[in-house]
Design a protein around this ligand. Structure first.
Ligand code: AR6
Length: 184
């Protein structure tokens, strides 16, 4: 049974096996949580990302995929980089991209589980610079974590939300979905 926790805070302070980064396809850094993770984790994470680009990912990481590096100075073993979709605005395209946001969570959780992570911290992927509506982002995130088969998700899943407002959105989404969560 997966334990899902909601906390408000800065994900770079987490002590877990794996920290998920809301990156972009270049893997070469950016703003938001991506910038914060690289700043706090130090240059080794970017060096590993450059190495991935030079070897297995010459065209970058596709939207919805996930890849792991070490975690540098962070209190974690791995950073799992994923790329969420940009919010396209309401309409048919939004439904297609929702599947990509689900995939970003599913692939991040699955990769961490395969690496042997028993705990993982995730931000609200796509809900910042990429503009995804907070209520839908929260619903997709929690549904992905709670519906995953036990061996495809670390036992402890912590959603680390950067604002009280996003924390409220996740709590409301958990209620709508009927998911039991632990609050810090
Ligand atoms: N800890 C936890 N959550 C955070 C932190 C932090 N330190 N900093 C921001 N957030 P965003 P995206 C929240 O914009 O929407 C980058 O430039 C933030 O409030 O980081 O997937 C990448 O390189 C929001 O709720 O990621 C890409 O180009 C959530 O994390 C692009 O932004 C995600 O916001 C990705 O955009």
């Amino acid at each position: 049974m997966t334990r899902i926790e909601l906390i408000t805070g800065d994900i770079t302070g987490e002590r877990v096996d794996a920290i998920v980064n809301a990156a972009n396809s270049s893997l070469l850094g950016g703003g938001g949580v991506d910038g914060a993770i690289h700043r706090a984790g130090g240059p080794s994470i970017l060096a590993e990302c450059r190495e991935l680009r030079a070897t297995t990912l010459p065209d970058g990481l596709s939207v919805g995929d996930a890849v792991a590096t070490g975690a540098g100075r962070l209190h974690a073993r791995w950073v799992v980089h994923t790329v969420g979709p940009v919010w396209p605005g309401p309409g048919a395209e939004a439904e297609a991209r929702r599947e990509l946001l689900r995939a970003a969570y599913r692939n991040s959780l699955g990769l961490a589980a395969r690496l042997g992570a028993t705990s993982i911290a995730l931000p609200a992927v796509s809900a910042g610079i990429y503009g995804w509506p907070a209520d839908d982002a929260a619903t997709l995130a929690l549904a992905a974590a709670s519906s995953a088969a036990a061996d495809t998700v670390p036992g402890r899943v912590r959603f680390v939300l950067f604002s009280a407002r996003m924390h409220d959105e996740f709590r409301a989404a958990a209620e709508r979905l009927g998911i039991t969560i632990e609050l810090d």
